[in-house]
Design a binder for this molecule. Structure first.
Ligand code: C5P
Length: 222
């Protein structure tokens, strides 16, 4: 039994890694499995919400009754998130967005040629999707509640609190990473204006439910 704590709410979630192309056959990505974001999408749907999941490339089935939009790059994820966020009540950013992308995408496959030097890659910074959405008029007007994630290897409390403020969001969920990547369970710490609270080790599915209850409690009343 899942209480319908999110009945009538529209939730937008980003999940998985992004894939930044180098040429038509190669690219750069990371080890995010998408499991946490997909677990939240499923739990939100079960809690009565209308869910849109913007997903990077993952090997996971689409949760039942969830609208899934597949993207590859951070720029595509940002475009989809900006469009979808105007009608959402809650935005949850779980995606492991690549911090940088190759400055140019080669039009043809880069060939290995005898005696030639190895190719050099130059990078440019990707947009911060969460910070962009948090700055949008929908969020600034109080109509959209933004939630971010942070994977830290140490000093979780200090780094996550600072990150929440830097991104301009009311709620940030910290976990000790990157050892959570691909795992079925996790430990979450929730940071808001009044401090932090830990959700002890449990399956990502169970933690998703608890997190959504914590979010529901904090939503502005209307
Ligand atoms: O700054 P950092 O990558 O640690 O922030 C993590 C949080 O910000 C996550 O919620 C992630 O989904 C989001 N993020 C984003 N776009 C980026 C980088 C991070 O939405 N380019």
């Amino acid at each position: 039994f899942t209480p319908k704590v999110l009945a009538g709410k529209r939730i937008l979630i980003t999940a998985g890694p992004t894939f930044e192309a180098i040429d038509p056959v190669r690219g750069i990505t990371n080890r995010s499995s998408g499991k946490m974001g997909y677990a939240i999408a499923q739990a939100a749907q079960e809690a009565g919400a209308q869910v849109t999941l913007i997903s990077g490339p993952v090997a996971l089935p689409t949760p039942r009754n969830v609208q899934r939009l597949d993207v590859q790059s951070a720029q595509q994820m940002l475009d989809a998130a900006l469009t979808q966020s105007t009608t959402a009540d809650i935005f949850i950013a779980t995606a492991a967005v690549a911090d940088w992308r190759p400055a140019q995408i080669a039009e043809h496959k880069i060939k290995k040629a005898e005696g030639e030097s190895t190719p050099q890659l130059n990078f440019v910074e990707n947009p911060d999707i969460l910070a962009s959405i948090a700055r949008s008029t929908t969020a600034q007007s109080g109509r959209l509640y933004c939630v971010g994630f942070a994977a830290e290897s140490d000093n979780l409390v200090e780094f996550a609190s600072a990150k929440r403020k830097r991104k301009g969001i009311p709620l940030l969920v910290g976990n000790i990473g990157p050892n959570t990547f691909g795992q079925d369970d996790n430990i979450l710490t929730i940071f808001d204006d009044s401090g932090h609270v830990e959700l002890p080790r449990a399956s990502k599915r169970e933690l998703a439910k608890q997190l959504l209850q914590e979010i529901a409690k904090r939503l502005p009343k209307n």
